[in-house]
Design a protein around this ligand. Sequence first.
Ligand code: NAP
Length: 283
Amino acid sequence: MQHLTLNNGVRMPVLGFGVYQIPADGTEQAVTDALAAGYRLLDTAAAYGNEEAVGHAIKNSGIPREELFVTTKLWVQDAPAQDNTRRALEASLARLGLDHVDLYLMHQPFGDVYGQWRAMEAANREGLARAIGVANFYPDRLLDLIINNEITPQVNQIETHPFFQRDPDHALMREHGVQHQSWGGFAEGKNDLFTNPVLAGIGDAHGKSVAQVVLRWLIQREIVTIPKSVNPGRMAQNFDVFDFELTDGQLAAVTALDTGRTLFFDHHDPEMVAWLSKRRLDS
Ligand code: NAP
């Protein structure tokens, strides 16, 4: 497995396993299968409702803790966010059965963002989270957070796939030492991604699937990726992406697929801000 080094020296695998939308009662099996396939980075969130199942799979795997890279996420907190954030992290750790996570992400750029971030900085100093970062931060919000706080986020996890490639975000993150992580790398299959003729043509040239081409494209851009699958065959396929390389011409062909637009949530749409902010969690 290739690793990247975050801006605080923590090493992170370039490929991991995401568990969004896996029902809690199917998550333990999916994570057990993913660990058996070789995945060591696991990406969950308080909002996914399956941290406990992820924790059971980790415990039953017998894999030494230091070989795993576990990410979870803080949901939108009301002020006083410093106390609430601390409580939310402790609740996530209890559900996961862990004494620390490797990466704690602020899930959305909403709520008392600065209070949340300062509590995350404190948790990082105490060793409860080896690295801290954000998700769904557009360049303007990310830069403001960097300028006005002590710790520069180690990671920004954002929607990134061939139809929404995020070049301006990537450039800003690179300039400030923030690791770009993709969510929805397959766009959850939207826009007929898995049968896209350009991606399929590149796959044919390498004897690889569209999914493998997409993961390879992300990895060659030095973007950490966390494909989700409940199917052990597809988990293995998605893990088998380190024995081929896209040429410059093939990278350019993927670049041409960019629409520059989200296929999911528009974080600048007031209705979406209101909807996400209303989804409070008990923690
Ligand atoms: P995704 O990885 O883009 O796509 C998952 C879909 O692709 C599933 O329907 C899966 O079906 C299918 N699939 C997987 N491998 C395949 C293959 N080799 N061939 C054909 N189909 C395949 O979607 P995602 O789950 O939204 O994103 C990945 C992870 O990012 C999440 O699990 C989560 O950890 C994270 N995420 C974070 C945020 C955030 O706000 N920070 C938002 C969304 C997601 P099967 O399961 O049936 O294989």
